[in-house]
Design a protein around this ligand. Sequence first.
Ligand code: G1P
Length: 231
Amino acid sequence: MINKCLFPAAGYGTRFLPATKAVPKEMLPILTKPLLQFGVEEALTAGINNMAIVTGRGKRAIEDHFDNSFELESQLIGTSKENYLNEIKEVIKRTTFTYIRQQKMLGLGDAILTGEPLIGNQPFAVILADDLCDSSDGVITQMIEIYNQYKCSIVAIEEVSENQTNQYGIIAGKKIGNSDNTYLVTDMIEKPDPKDAPTNMAIIGRYILTPDIFDILRNTKPGKGGEIQIT
Ligand code: G1P
């Protein structure tokens, strides 16, 4: 059973500056809904009700978003705008949120390791909320099906154009099973130049990880960009 989802959400969001100077990247909206809420809803669709969020300094808007707001609610009660809060209140009702702060921004691998006390010794999902995935059943739902078959760590991939390999972790692998699109991963390279990329199959921000990842990360030296990478 996968019953926890980890959301690394401590980064500075430098690629989105200046929008992320005071607003956490994960709280940037698509129309009226913040990216992180899309991620939480994707996890709920997959039957996961425990969200473990790795935050950092300047990210309190995340905790406030997934909490009651009595002043706002009392202002809206009995008005025509009362229903604007229904969707988020439903999410809050269905979900348990736990938080931990990453002390130093040492990379995605370090952020995931920081989440260990919230996850414990069990397989878990990871969603990078800035990768918005549009799919009716949800990518995590699809990945849990694959996990149930293979019982190992899984990364979601998409094909990218060859000149974009330096923006993603890139895998090499061999097709397995009956499905057309499941690979046994034989290598992973973080953001390789197109000339060094083994394929154009890029890791997107959806993972299922088994808990042995924590010991592996504890012993992983900084890689690309001086950061501890999950790849
Ligand atoms: C991270 C990972 C990378 C992955 C990407 C997906 O990179 O390090 O392997 O392809 O997420 O969004 P980031 O975009 O955080 O630099």
